[in-house]
Design a protein around this ligand. Structure first.
Ligand code: PLP
Length: 484
């Protein structure tokens, strides 16, 4: 056979050396994460200049490409695992989770059918069974691993819609005489609205239910809105309860909402994407009492379980409802079995996400994870105490989980308009970010712009919280002095 017929694969000659270098780069990154600025100080123009280039038609050595990764990518990274990265609800990934992820990428399993990966298929069932037990579901539970909370909510709302109106699967939403409506508190995550858009329900048919002074859905308001919609010819089908709302960490009264859903025949989906981690703590678990009554639950291991992105879960109380929604036949796939994960999810090919979760849970044990969850809860309380004790801070909402919201109030605040006060919070956060010391994000609660602290971080210490508080208090005073 001549050279022209030779098969050239993409294998690399010095694979071991490259892999060793890669693990070295990752190891150094993780070990030095606390020593670098949280958000890079490199200007965007420079990052663009160092990364934009023409599509390469010819290859180069992996070592040269790795040089570029070290020179241009790594320094520009946001140190998400830094102890003072306390923004959004993006967790500091546990190193054991990272090891699990590396293995998962290396094995590249395809658990769409059992034969695509026997171990990844079984491991998905194993980790899901841990979560089903954690949330108090009985043997009829179903579940699936997904990319994150957004998709986990979409999955719950989809199975809810299919169970409520199965005819839509074949005939489309236009077959319904009465439009479907969904109910979520005014603290509801935007993914609920996005899901409603994707499901053909529409943003306008998501009802925003008023909340109490601690941002929890008011059950009587829910009942009133459902009844009004029924009278107006709508078809209420689902309530999405928040168990850890995105801005405040508030938890809706789950038992009361479950009572209403049972009585009014509504699908109860609980968005515990963030707050679900409270279930591993004996102290915090009572906050989520009633969650086992939900028809579906979203929970994100990549939030407060310290698993690297991406990893979300939807659990279903009744696996048959999940299967009825997602069952699909395709001759080209070959022989199918009851274990095939393709009938649990709308995706076909997907990453095996169970390995990293399994690896982290086995390495640390759930007790250790629970200790960190409880510590993070106390750290949010510490920030709350520092701000309530200070005449220069106003707190908003009690701390339920590991979030605290407050706003800096300058000494002569009477002369400040609400907009100026709002802008002051953003200016303080911007100074914090530029200092490299920490990264936190704003929120809007009860019409007020606030600074929001979210501790879902296994490296944060109490001193980090105090340092951030002191920095922001000093910065607030300086900015206020500049104005007057
Ligand atoms: C309560 C809640 N639900 C859903 C989501 C969406 O999760 P993800 O970003 O993983 O899609 C978030 C994200 O912060 C959230 O806080």
């Amino acid at each position: 056979m001549g050279d022209s017929h030779k098969h050239h694969s993409l294998d690399l000659e010095h694979l071991d050396d490259h892999l060793e270098r890669v693990t070295g780069i990752i190891g150094d990154y993780i070990k030095s994460i606390s020593d670098e600025p949280v958000v890079t100080r490199i200007p965007m123009e420079d990052i663009k200049d160092s990364l934009f280039e023409e599509m390469p038609m010819e290859g180069s050595s992996p070592d040269d490409v790795l040089d570029q990764v070290e020179k241009s990518f790594k320094p520009a990274c946001t140190r998400i695992g830094h102890p003072r990265f306390l923004a959004w609800i993006t967790t500091s990934p546990s190193p054991a989770g990272t090891i699990g992820e590396l293995l998962s990428v290396g094995f590249n399993q395809a658990p769409l059918l059992y034969k695509g990966s026997p171990p990844a298929t079984i491991l998905e069932k194993v980790v899901l069974s841990w979560f089903a037990e954690m949330f108090g579901y009985s043997d009829t539970w179903g579940g699936t691993l997904v990319s994150g909370g957004t998709v986990a909510n979409l999955m719950g709302m989809t199975v809810g819609r299919h169970t409520h109106a199965p005819e839509v699967a074949d005939k489309g939403m236009q077959c319904l005489d009465k439009p479907l409506t969904v109910y979520v508190s005014d603290q509801g995550h935007m993914s609920v609205y996005r899901s409603a858009m994707l499901l053909g329900i529409g943003h306008n048919n998501v009802r925003s239910v008023p909340t109490d002074e601690n941002c929890r859905m008011i059950p009587e308001e829910l009942r009133r809105m459902v009844e009004a919609d029924k009278m107006a010819g709508m078809q209420p089908y689902s309530v999405v309860a928040q168990a850890g709302a995105v801005s405040t960490g508030s938890i809706d009264p789950l038992n009361e909402l479950a009572d209403i859903c049972e009585e009014m025949n509504l699908w109860l989906h609980v968005d515990a994407s963030y707050g679900g981690a409270a279930m591993i703590s004996e102290k915090l678990r009572p906050l989520l009492e009633g969650i086992d009554r939900a028809d579906s639950i979203a929970v994100d291991p990549h939030k407060w379980f310290f698993i690297p992105l991406e990893c979300g879960i939807t659990l279903f109380k009744n696996k048959q409802q999940q299967k009825d929604t997602f069952i699909a036949k395709a001759v080209y796939l070959g022989q199918e079995t009851d274990w095939d994960l393709k009938n649990t999810n709308f995706q076909l090919s997907r990453q095996g996400r169970a390995l990293k979760l399994w690896f982290a849970f086995k390495t640390y044990g759930v007790k250790r994870l629970a200790e960190i969850v409880e510590r993070n809860h106390k750290q949010a309380k510490l920030f709350y105490k520092l701000t309530t004790d200070s005449p220069n801070w106003e707190t908003v909402c009690d701390v339920e989980l590991s979030m605290a919201c407050a706003r800096y109030i300058p000494d002569n605040c009477c002369s400040w308009s609400e907009t100026e006060l709002d802008n002051l919070q953003v200016a303080i956060l911007s100074k914090l970010e530029k200092s490299g010391l920490g990264f936190m994000t704003p929120a809007r609660i009860c019409g007020k712009g606030v600074i929001r602290l979210c501790v879902a971080n296994h490296r944060t210490t109490d001193d980090d919280i105090t340092l951030l508080f002191n920095f922001m208090t000093e910065t607030g005073a300086k900015l206020a002095a500049q104005r007057s």
